[in-house]
Design a protein around this ligand. Structure first.
Ligand SMILES: Cc1cc2nc3c(=O)[nH]c(=O)nc-3n(C[C@H](O)[C@H](O)[C@H](O)COP(=O)(O)O)c2cc1C
Length: 433
C-alpha cells in the first residue's frame, strides 16, 4: 500500500476545517519555513526536491520561483490555477473541497519564498462548494495567524483572495487567466515576457497548479531527500494524483508515485475495464494528450516516459477507451470541445478547430470523402507547432493525429462504408450501461 501524502486527509470527517487540519500536523511546514529558513533556502529545498508543475507542462516549480525579480519594494503575486477544465481532469476539485488548508499552507510557504504579499486562488466558476470551502479556510487561516499581517510573528505578511472564474477552458491557460483576473476577456498574451517577470497588473507573478502547491508543505516538513525517494529521481519525483476515467470499473482520483504503470493503475486500482473488454487505446494526460495504443500498458506514467512514447503526462487524466468504442466518433467529440472553447484570438486555432470539426462531423455522419484523411492531417499541420499564442490549438490536433496514426483503418472504414467499424459504436458498449 503506497503512503498517501497529498490525499492523507481524504475521508477524515470535516477534513476542510482548520482544527482537523492542525490536529493532523497541518501548518507545521509554514512554521518551519518562517522560523528556520530564509526565502532563498525554501527555494533551494523545493529545487532539490525536483517538484515539477502538476498543471500540465511539468515545469520545475523551484526554478520558476527563482525567475521572479528580487527588486526591493516591487509588488509580486502568486496565482493558484484552479480552473481545471481539461476533459478527464477532476483532481483539483477534490483538493480544494476536502483539503483547502493544505493548499493555503502551500501558498503561504511559496509566497514567502519569492516574497509575494498577495495571492489569488483562481477557481473555476462551477466549483461552488470548493470556492465556499476555500473562502472559509482563508478566513480561518487569518484568524489563526497563518495569513494576514506579521504571520506567526515573523514580520512576513500575506493576503489571499479567492476569485471565481466564469467557467471557460481557456481561463486555465496561465496568461488568459491573468486577463480574466484583471477583469478582461480571457485571451492569451504573447510571451516573452513570461508572467514570472511581467504578469498580473504587469507585476512579477508565479502561476502554479493546485496540486503543485499542495506538495510544498510536505517537502518543507519532510525534506527534499525524502521527496526524492518517491517516484523516480531526479526528474520525476513525488506522487501524482491520476484522474482515472472512461471505460473502467472504478473511475476516480488515485494518488500513486510518479512512474506507476498504466497497467497497474487501470487493473489494480481501477478494477479493470468495464465488461472485462479489451483496451483499444489510453489517453494518458487529458484529451489534449495523444492517444496511446494498447501495446503501451507497461508504460510508466511519468513526465519523461510518456513524452518519449509520443504523448504527454499533462494533468495525468487517464482516459481508458475499450475495444467497443468507435475512434472517429471519439475524436469528433474531443475536437468539438476544443472548437467550442477556442477563444478566437489566433486564426489557425479559431478557423482550424472549426474546420477540423466539420470534416470529422461528415466522417462520423457517413458522408466522409476520400480526401478527408490527408485534409485532416494537413489542417493539423497548419494549426499546431507554435502557430498560436497558447497550446489550445495544438491540443485540438492531438486526438486527430494520434487517432489517425493508430486507427487509420477505422477512419477509412467510416468514409467507405458510412458507418462505424464492426463491433464498435459511438460511445462504446460502456455507454449502454
Ligand atoms: C488551453 C490551456 C488550458 C490550461 N488549463 C489549465 C488548468 O485548468 N489548470 C492548470 O493548472 N493548468 C492549466 N494549463 C497550464 C497553465 O497554462 C500553466 O502551465 C500551469 O497552471 C502552471 O502551473 P504548474 O507549473 O504548477 O503546472 C492550461 C494550459 C492551456 C494551454
Amino acid at each position: 500500500m503506497t503512503e498517501k501524502i497529498l490525499f492523507r486527509n481524504m475521508g477524515i470527517p470535516n477534513s476542510w476545517e482548520i482544527d482537523v487540519y492542525e490536529s493532523r500536523g497541518g501548518y507545521e511546514g509554514l512554521k518551519k519555513a518562517l522560523r528556520e529558513s530564509t526565502p532563498a533556502e525554501v527555494i533551494d529545498v523545493v529545487k532539490a526536491s525536483g517538484l515539477r508543475g502538476r498543471g500540465g507542462a511539468g515545469f520545475p516549480a523551484g526554478m520558476k520561483w527563482s525567475f521572479v525579480p528580487k527588486t526591493p519594494g516591487l509588488q509580486r503575486y502568486l496565482t493558484c490555477n484552479c480552473d481545471e477544465s481539461e476533459p478527464g481532469t477532476f483532481k483539483d476539485r477534490q483538493f480544494v473541497e476536502n483539503d483547502p488548508h493544505q493548499l493555503i499552507e502551500g501558498i503561504a510557504i511559496s509566497c514567502y519564498a519569492f516574497d509575494a504579499a498577495k495571492a489569488f486562488i483562481y477557481i473555476r466558476g462551477e466549483m461552488a462548494l470548493g470556492a465556499r470551502r476555500l473562502e472559509r479556510a482563508v478566513e480561518q487561516a487569518r484568524e489563526h495567524g497563518y495569513l494576514g499581517e506579521n504571520i506567526l510573528g515573523s514580520g512576513y505578511s500575506l493576503n489571499v483572495v479567492v476569485s471565481r472564474g466564469a467557467g471557460a477552458y481557456i481561463c486555465g491557460e496561465e496568461t488568459a487567466l491573468l486577463e480574466s483576473l484583471e477583469g478582461n476577456r480571457p485571451m492569451p498574451r504573447s510571451r516573452p515576457p513570461f508572467p514570472a517577470v511581467v504578469g498580473l497588473y504587469a507585476k512579477p507573478t508565479v502561476i502554479n497548479n493546485v496540486e503543485t502547491l499542495s506538495n510544498v508543505p510536505h517537502i518543507i516538513t519532510r525534506g527534499a531527500e525524502w521527496y526524492n525517494t518517491i517516484g523516480e529521481a531526479p526528474r520525476n519525483t513525488g506522487t501524482k494524483v491520476y484522474s482515472l476515467s472512461g471505460c473502467v470499473k472504478r473511475p476516480g482520483n488515485y494518488e500513486l508515485p510518479l512512474g506507476v504503470t498504466l497497467r497497474e493503475l487501470i487493473y489494480e486500482h481501477g478494477g479493470g475495464v468495464l465488461g472485462d473488454r479489451g483496451i483499444k487505446a489510453v489517453i494518458p494526460g487529458g484529451t489534449s494528450a495523444a492517444m496511446l495504443g494498447a501495446d503501451q500498458l507497461d508504460l510508466k506514467l511519468h513526465f519523461d516516459a510518456v513524452a518519449q512514447a509520443g504523448s504527454m503526462l499533462g494533468s495525468a487524466a487517464v482516459i481508458v477507451i475499450d475495444e467497443s468504442v468507435c475512434i472517429p466518433h471519439a475524436v469528433q467529440r474531443m475536437v468539438r470541445f476544443y472548437e467550442r472553447e477556442s477563444c478566437g484570438k489566433c486564426t489557425p486555432c479559431r478557423e482550424g478547430t472549426r474546420w477540423l470539426r466539420k470534416i470529422l462531423d461528415r466522417i462520423a455522419d457517413g458522408s466522409g470523402r476520400e480526401e478527408d484523411i490527408p485534409l485532416l492531417l494537413d489542417l493539423c499541420g497548419n494549426i499546431a507547432g507554435g502557430k498560436t499564442l497558447c497550446g489550445l490549438g495544438d491540443a485540438a490536433t492531438n486526438p486527430v493525429l494520434s487517432g489517425i496514426k493508430l486507427f487509420r483503418s477505422e477512419f477509412e472504414h467510416h468514409i467507405r462504408h458510412g458507418r462505424c467499424p464492426e463491433g464498435t459504436m459511438p460511445g462504446g458498449l460502456g455507454s449502454q450501461g
